[in-house]
Design a protein around this ligand. Structure first.
Ligand SMILES: Nc1nc2c(ncn2[C@@H]2O[C@H](COP(=O)(O)OP(=O)(O)OP(=O)(O)O)[C@@H](O)[C@H]2O)c(=O)[nH]1
Ligand SMILES: [Mg+2]
Length: 365
């Protein structure tokens, strides 16, 4: 017997789209002879509007779940995946951006033995996007996809149109963290999906209703990516964050030295101020970003002591940097670019020292 299918659709003020969605899903799936149902996971604050629309359809296979737990797209999808019982689970948007006619193909892809995760893909060969996307929206989408590159080889891991075997989710070693908009990416990474099939789709623009995509969702995406990086790359991801904060500190240093000198401070005075400023911003950013989880877990030290420790560790780090760079530059005197190469290794040694010190002595006490 062919496998049963559950389609999960998160909805937020989509009453205008639901009738067409249901009709097109039925038109696509009824001819396949499969058993299927639809789960509308609804967070709409629209009173009776959505329930009335669904009741009028009078379809036994359509379930409207008025959610009461944590609101949001990611949570809605995860709850739908937990509640629905189809052997194959399909997730798609309500706004008809994802063509229901492609669902049978997506199911066939997900069903294959050698497939962990099937994606309705805009970026696989043959996939297209409705013509009226602005350049900015294209760039945004491409940039977000590029950021996901270290996690997966899928061409369109950001797609909200995907399918999987129900048993896949039992494989997630860490519970899914549905903070972000990109729950497909979350599943891909947390369940370690390697065998991915992408079914090209034409991505249509929504005709009815309004978008919920905004700055807030984009910031959530950044948070999601950070959490996934920690999950997949562990300590290395934290070290990369430390390096990025250090880079921002260099920029701060340049700004501060210029500003201090322009208001009349001496050269030496300006350099001293700049070092103090960049050390302080580095401290605050590392506290807020790199070691946030450790700070939250209760590093018992008061902040001023923590700061002084940070300054102390960083000063020793600077000395390590100087010592390594000088030793190597002298040794490589006759090597082309020996000075620069020595300096670079010195910077890396200082960075590694600072990282270890911050990790163990400052924030991880
Ligand atoms: N349950 C639930 N669904 C949501 C929420 N926010 C968005 N959705 C649904 O998630 C799907 C995708 O949201 P959209 O607003 O279409 O986001 P988008 O596709 O990035 O943007 P546009 O297509 O340009 O509007 C739609 O079916 C929405 O109804 C939410 O907070 N809760
Ligand atoms: Mg949409």
């Amino acid at each position: 017997m062919s496998k049963s299918v559950s389609i999960i659709v998160p909805t937020y003020r989509e009453a205008g789209n639901i009738p067409t969605l249901v009709q097109r899903i039925e038109g696509a799936l009824a001819p396949t002879g499969r058993k299927f149902d639809l789960w509308l996971m609804d967070d709409s604050p629209d009173g009776d509007k959505t329930p009335v629309v669904v009741a009028d359809l009078n379809k036994q296979w359509v379930h409207l779940i008025k959610r009461s737990g944590t609101r949001g797209l990611g949570h809605a999808v995860v709850e739908g995946l937990e509640r629905s019982k189809g052997d194959i689970q399909v997730v798609m948007d309500a706004d008809l951006s994802h063509p229901p006619e492609k669902v049978p193909e997506l199911i066939a892809a997900a069903e294959a033995d050698d497939c962990d995760f099937a994606i309705g893909s805009r970026y696989a060969p043959g996939g297209t996007i409705a013509g009226n996307w602005s350049l900015l929206r294209h760039l945004n989408s491409r940039a977000a996809t590029l950021v996901a590159r270290p996690f997966t080889r899928a061409r369109d891991p950001m797609s909200g149109f995907f399918a999987l075997k129900r048993e896949l989710l039992t494989r997630a070693p860490a519970a899914l963290n549905p903070i972000g908009y990109k729950i497909g990416l979350e599943i891909l990474v947390k369940c370690g999906c390697k065998r991915i099939r992408e079914v090209p789709i034409h991505f249509e623009d929504r005709q009815v209703g309004t978008s919920k995509m905004g700055l807030k969702q984009q910031l959530q995406y950044v948070r999601q990516v950070r959490a996934l990086a920690r999950f997949k790359f562990g300590e290395l991801a934290r070290f990369a964050e430390f390096g990025l904060v250090g880079t921002s500190g260099t920029a701060m240093n340049l700004i501060a030295v210029t500003a201090a000198h322009s208001i009349g401070l001496s050269v030496r005075g300006s350099i001293a101020v700049a070092i103090l400023v960049s050390m302080s911003t580095n401290y605050l950013l590392n506290r807020a970003i790199t070691f946030r989880d450790m700070v939250r877990n209760g590093s018992a030290r008061p902040m001023w002591k923590e700061y002084l420790w940070f300054v102390a560790v960083s000063s020793v780090g600077a000395a390590v940097n100087w010592w390594v760079a000088s030793a190597l530059a002298q040794r490589w005197e006759n090597v082309p670019f020996g000075l620069q190469e020595g300096t670079l290794v010195g910077v890396l040694a200082g960075l590694a020292f600072n990282y270890a010190g911050s990790r163990l002595l400052v924030f991880g006490k």
